[in-house]
Design a protein around this ligand. Structure first.
Ligand SMILES: *[C@@H]1O[C@H](CO)[C@@H](O)[C@H](O)[C@H]1NC(C)=O
Ligand SMILES: *[C@@H]1O[C@H](CO)[C@@H](O)[C@H](O)[C@H]1NC(C)=O
Length: 322
């Protein structure tokens, strides 16, 4: 167990780059927006910013764009499987985005086999999912509550004082509005919000939003050819040299004066580079070690210190016939 823990810890906390760049030979490039993180949100932001005429650059520590949207190819059969982010709400924004990059979507299977297992004992738990009618009734109750907070639709436009329901824990909210029939589904959809029962409703509402309700009532979409990786390959081609993969941030100096650019020194596999950027967009998770290179201003530090990272594992198992 300690070995496993150590291994996971190392995976989660990659070591920072220590060696110094030769600053005399560093190449400079200027961009309107520099995006930290080439996962789904960073990539989407880059495309939208490019569409609106901004120059952008993404820096990503992994070898590919896409973050948790992975495709695994079976080396024996060539069969592919998506893992991580695999289903998407059936909204126009999603359909347009995939169709632009030529990646076909179709309805995800509505019913998947699920087993509930106690991870401490490995024993299956006898759990009866809620029947459809009760579930739909609970969904309507939930939606009525969600609709009371239109400021969460785009961003976090909160009232002052903040609506007291948003400060309730998920546990207290379920009790208050008798939403027990929704609990197990919300648990499935809000993976990564941990520990879910203690998370405040502000974040549950952001995660289980209108798009998700639509998907729950109709269907999620998924890639027809199990090739989510292709989407990110196409976008990487589109962005070309404006994507720096395998890249670490070595130093950031932020401008507090709007007239001057932020300076970010990075190390790619080939060379060190300095990017002068009008704006910085941070899309990677706010883990303390990731943040260590970030010179945060006082109020930002107070804010970011309140975040904690959640996550979950997704795995592909291969069944051998004997
Ligand atoms: C935030 O909400 C207020 C109303 O509470 C509204 O007047 C304002 O335009 C909203 N701001 C944004 C950025 O949506
Ligand atoms: C830059 O990265 C390469 C490997 O990717 C490494 O060998 C080199 O030491 C790094 N340089 C700096 C200045 O971090």
């Amino acid at each position: 167990m300690p070995t496993l823990l150590l291994f996971l810890t190392l995976l989660l906390y990659p070591l920072p780059a220590f060696s110094a760049c030769d600053l005399r030979s560093v190449e400079f490039v200027r961009k309107d927006v520099l995006i930290f993180g080439g996962g789904s949100s960073g990539t989407y932001a880059a495309v939208k910013l490019r569409d609106s005429g901004k120059s952008v650059m993404i820096i990503e520590s992994k070898r590919t764009l896409g973050g948790h949207a992975e495709t695994w190819t079976d080396p024996l059969t060539g069969y592919t499987i998506d893992a991580g982010a695999t289903v998407f709400p059936p909204v126009k924004r999603v359909k347009d985005y995939f169709s632009r990059w030529g990646v076909e979507l179709s309805k995800a299977r509505a019913k998947v086999d699920q087993k509930y297992v106690d991870f401490e004992t490995g024993i299956e738990v006898n759990f009866q999912p809620t029947d459809t009618e009760d579930f739909e009734a609970a969904l309507r109750l939930y939606e009525n509550q969600l609709d009371k907070h239109p400021g969460l639709k785009n961003g976090f436009n909160l009232t002052d004082p903040v609506h007291p329901d948003l400060l309730l824990s998920f546990r207290d909210f379920i009790e208050k509005y008798k939403l027990q029939d929704l609990a197990s589904t919300i648990f499935r959809i809000n993976q990564g919000l941990v520990p879910l029962l203690d998370v405040s409703m502000l974040y549950v509402f952001k995660s289980l939003n209108k798009d998700q309700l639509l998907a729950l009532r109709n269907n999620y979409l998924t890639t027809s050819r199990h090739n989510i990786r292709a989407l990110y390959q196409k976008i990487a081609d589109f962005l070309g040299p404006n994507v720096l993969l395998d890249t670490r941030v070595i130093d950031i100096s932020r401008s507090t004066d709007r007239e001057y650019d932020h300076r970010v020194l990075v190390n790619t596999t080939k060379s060190c580079r300095t990017i002068l950027a009008g704006q910085l967009l941070v899309t990677m998770p706010p883990l303390p070690n990731e943040r260590s290179t970030f010179p945060l201003l006082g109020r930002e530090r107070d804010l970011f210190d309140k975040f904690h990272a959640g996550g979950y594992y997704s795995a592909i198992l291969k069944k051998h016939r004997t």
